[in-house]
Design a protein around this ligand. Structure first.
Ligand code: ATP
Length: 364
């Protein structure tokens, strides 16, 4: 089920959360506003301590905002205790009951809600099928693998059919391969159930892979909200560009700018086209960002002259680090081919050729 752009599942309005006071005062969230749509796979992405978990806890009702409001389908949820909110949480630790079977764990919440036995059994079977765990139904959860425990935790959280599922770094305990598998699995589950997922991670690749939209957070603030493509290719500020993947920052001068398109002069004097975010009025000296895969190293010409400093091969691609004549190092990435090696050597004088439409002007 695709995200419904016309219905807001969660509307966070000017929410702040302060812990402690005096010297111990921490503003975990600082005037945060964000709208999460129905059926959306929405990710809160940011480094440790930026306030991701705090925002989830406020939505779940485990804690209250110092200021601001959270609406669920248009209603203020402040008066509702956690168990009355149509919201469920999957924790990093899974929090399963080890002495109970897989089926008992999945049905536990439904039984607590006083659902009839027949209904619980039918729903448990449905959930077992959804997470592909039918075969291990009667196994104790202490006797299944980490990945299987993760599936049980998901099934248990989905069983009461919440409107919104909160997932707090649910894959962080899994090894790389299993984690990759579960990323796809989670996306499938979200798509099949149509439940709004709010997913917390500090892993940019995970966020890009799974999300319909991402909110990038830093120090209690949301810096940018957008599709993975927006966030990766049109970062609005330095922190976002830097946090999401490898990138190059170039100091440049605005020659002209109108309607989101600018011409910028690089330190070499060459001009290139660049884009900028809505609301920005770029002028004077600015920073532009260019992803490594949007630039080529060329033997002659190019926009920025320099000397090859390091060549780093990593299977699919090679990163070529070029020391620019104007100062700093520029990383260009080229795809590897089986028929020829990268073709550049340390110490070689080269140029950096920036692709059309590759440069983005940052705020400040
Ligand atoms: P992580 O990825 O490490 O879980 P996070 O982005 O989820 O980090 P939060 O757990 O939301 O970050 O914490 C945000 C800030 O608020 C941190 O500085 C943290 O130390 C502080 N904080 C969180 N909970 C409390 C609390 N109960 N009392 C005091 N400070 C807190």
């Amino acid at each position: 089920m695709p995200a419904n752009p016309d219905r807001n599942a969660i509307d966070v309005r000017a929410v702040s959360k302060v812990f402690g006071s005096g010297a111990d005062r921490v503003a975990a969230l600082d005037n945060v506003s964000v709208v999460i749509r129905e059926n959306e796979f929405f990710t809160l992405l940011g480094p440790s301590g930026c306030g991701k978990t705090t925002l989830l806890r406020l939505i779940a009702g485990f804690d209250f905002p110092t200021e601001g409001q959270i609406l669920l389908y248009g209603d203020d949820i402040a008066p509702l205790p956690p168990y009355k909110r149509p919201v469920n949480t999957v924790f990093q630790s899974y929090a399963l009951f080890p002495h109970m079977t897989v089926a008992q764990n999945i049905g536990f919440g439904l039984e607590m809600l006083g659902k009839p036995k027949g209904e619980v059994a039918a729903r448990v079977d449905q959930m077992l099928k959804l997470v592909r765990m039918e075969a291990l139904k009667n196994r104790k959860t202490s006797q299944i693998s980490g990945g299987q425990q993760q599936r049980v935790a998901l099934a248990r959280a989905l069983a009461p059919q919440p409107k919104v599922l909160l997932l707090d770094e649910p894959l962080s305990a899994l090894d790389y391969k299993l984690r990759k598998e579960m990323q796809i699995e989670l996306k499938r589950l979200q798509h099949e159930t149509g439940i709004t997922f709010i997913f917390v991670t500090h892993d940019q690749e995970e966020a890009l892979t799974m999300s319909d939209r991402i909110a990038v957070m830093s120090s209690g603030k949301i810096l940018q909200v957008g599709t993975p493509w927006d966030i990766y290719d049109k970062p609005a500020e330095r922190f976002v560009a830097d946090f999401i993947g490898e990138t190059n920052f170039i100091v440049a001068k605005i020659v002209s700018a109108a309607d989101g398109k600018a011409t910028v002069a690089l330190p070499s004097g060459t001009t290139i086209p660049a884009t900028y975010a809505e609301g920005l009025v770029p002028s004077g000296e600015v920073t532009v960002v260019v992803r490594p895969e949007h630039a080529r190293v060329v033997k002659e010409g190019g926009h920025l002259p320099g000397t090859v400093e390091t060549v780093v091969y990593f299977g699919t691609d090679t990163n070529i680090h070029v020391r620019l004549e104007s100062g700093g190092v520029f990383i260009a990435r080229q795809q590897n081919s089986r028929s020829a090696a990268c073709g550049f050597e340390t110490g070689e004088r080269v140029g950096i050729d920036i692709a059309e439409d590759a440069a983005q002007v940052l705020k400040d």
